[in-house]
Design a protein around this ligand. Structure first.
Ligand code: ZN
Length: 362
């Protein structure tokens, strides 16, 4: 994920902090420190606990996903919560359990903390006082933290599960259930539309009570609901098409050429394409993307300005299953029997999807 920083890796999953998360975290702690030193320390611990729970929630989704043999690339923490970057596959049953696992973890954890608190003190009610826990001078003793954990887990679990709005967990559970009765794309669309409507309401409520944070979350979730529904739609169009059917022959460029010599050829010789595989000794080492060239690059060697974002797929691979590669790579190399048989570019896929969406009625 762009603008994210890896903090560690667990079960092969890269756990990353998004830049907005780091800034948001530092800002809140900084504001608390302006108040007093102990307020700063407290808010740091409070936020740390909060986001640690969010991380565990995402890990539970991820572990179940891995059990169903879904690929989990990373978990990214944002100011509004976490997101496990799980490969989307059309498997409603798996998705039901994957989505359910996160909130389930929160409910189980909330109960464990509640039982511990109940066993440790007869005065447990005092430690569950909502106003006190989320007030400025919340209690950081063991009992105080247990009370905090009960509430944080209860709120996170409920918000994620009982808001039946895509892309929240509740929305995913809803899609999984709907997919038993209809086409997966249609189920996604319905769950996504319910999500969009609820987030519009959420935004309106935020506006009415003057809560900027709520408005911001509503806007972000609205676009998340929209983009995932589009992604599912595009993949449905691509399903059944093989990588090899769509691959192009592209002119490979020798990495030892000077950039300006290549650019001169652009219109006449290279058919106005912007993306070229760069080779050194018959091996592809990168991608020359004319859109990313700066004027000062013209005197450099092609190999020195080549971007490294390319992926290799088998010519038999289904385009719907390798679609994600096009989101982060300029070029996808199509291989047949370990030999390069052609290339796929983002533009080619985009044009193909446009074409399919016009002519292939779903
Ligand atoms: Zn979740």
């Amino acid at each position: 994920m762009a603008n994210s920083y890896r903090i560690f890796k667990v079960f092969g999953i890269s756990v990353e902090l998004h830049i907005t998360f780091i800034l948001f975290f530092m800002l809140l702690v900084f504001i608390a420190f302006l108040n007093s030193f102990s307020a700063g320390v407290r808010s740091f611990i409070f936020l740390f606990i909060l986001f640690f729970i969010v991380l565990l929630h995402e890990l539970c989704h991820s572990i179940v996903a891995i059990r169903y043999e879904f690929k989990v690339n990373s978990i990214t923490l944002y100011p509004i919560g976490g997101a496990a970057n799980v490969e989307i596959k059309e498997n409603p049953k798996a998705e039901f359990f994957i989505s359910f696992a996160g909130p389930l973890f929160n409910f189980v954890f909330a109960w464990i903390c509640f039982i511990l608190l109940f066993l440790l003190t007869p005065d447990y009610g005092a430690y569950l006082n909502y106003d006190k826990i989320f007030g400025v001078d919340f209690d950081l003793s063991l009992l105080g933290v247990l009370g905090l954990l009960v509430w944080v887990n209860f709120i996170l679990g409920s918000f994620n599960l009982f808001v039946p709005a895509f892309p929240m967990d509740g929305g995913r559970v809803l899609r999984a259930v709907l997919a038993n009765y209809m086409d997966y794309v249609k189920a996604t669309k319905i769950a996504s539309n319910i999500g969009k409507i609820s987030f519009v309401f959420m935004g309106i409520i935020g506006f009415m009570i003057g809560n900027i944070f709520l408005i911001l979350i509503a806007v972000l979730l609205f676009f998340a609901a929209d983009s995932e529904s589009r992604l599912v739609e595009v993949k449905a169009y691509l399903k059944g098409s093989k990588a090899g059917e769509l691959s192009l022959k592209l002119n490979e460029i020798d990495g030892n050429l000077i950039v300006k010599d290549v650019s001169l050829m652009r219109d006449s010789f290279l058919q106005n394409r912007k993306i070229f595989p760069v080779v050194l000794n018959n091996t592809i080492i990168g991608v020359l993307n004319l859109d990313y060239l700066n004027p000062e690059d013209s005197e450099k060697y092609v190999k020195d300005v080549a971007r490294k974002n390319f992926a290799v797929v088998n010519s038999e691979a289904d385009l719907s299953e390798i679609f994600e590669y096009f989101l982060s790579n300029d070029l996808v190399i199509v291989a047949k029997n370990n030999m390069v048989s052609g290339y796929l570019t983002q533009d080619a896929i985009k044009n193909y999807v446009d074409y399919l969406s016009k002519f292939k009625k779903r």
